[in-house]
Design a protein around this ligand. Structure first.
Ligand code: MN
Length: 163
């Protein structure tokens, strides 16, 4: 099964980078508020450049002066399954509407990515929890589980250790 990764990234503004392995790269979106388990909460996801599969394991600090300078942790990771039986995930993304099931350490269940505006980098999408047994309007893993699934460290600890 292909992988997904969610980096928590304390750049100029804190955000989560949502990444899906598609055709040998990590398709990526910057999600300012992070994923929600509540199907009523549509989270803005701004498409950003593809990243290499190897980058999915990156955790550390991007140096001053470099693009995305700031601390990064692997907030969640796992595998995903395409929920669309009629077309590949790559085709679904090109068409602007993808549905997939995440099997992460923190996130489990179906999500949708729906393109709203623009094309390619900077296109605006919505990341929306689907209505299934993984939906939960009360649980807020971005608040209650802030730590890395790789190292157990928080983003503040990673930043402090780099000094
Ligand atoms: Mn980022």
């Amino acid at each position: 099964m292909p992988r997904f990764v969610i980096h928590k990234h304390a750049a100029r503004s804190l955000h989560y980078d949502f990444r899906l392995e598609v055709d040998g790269v990590l398709k990526s979106w910057a999600v300012p508020r992070g994923p929600s388990l509540d199907p009523r909460e549509k989270r803005l996801a701004v498409e950003v450049e593809d990243h290499s599969l190897e980058y999915g394991d990156f955790e550390g600090v991007i140096g001053e002066g470099q693009y995305g300078a700031g601390a990064v942790i692997v907030w969640d990771a796992g595998e995903y399954r395409d929920l669309d039986e009629d077309r590949s995930l790559a085709e679904a993304l090109r068409a602007g509407h993808a549905r997939f099931w995440l099997e992460g350490r923190k996130l489990r269940g179906g999500w949708s990515l729906q393109r709203m505006r623009g094309r390619g980098e900077k296109a605006q999408w919505l990341l929306i929890k689907r209505r299934d047994e993984g939906a939960d309007a009360r649980r807020r893993p971005t608040s209650t589980q802030p730590e890395s699934v790789l190292s157990g460290r928080t983003i503040e600890q990673v930043r402090a250790e780099a000094r």
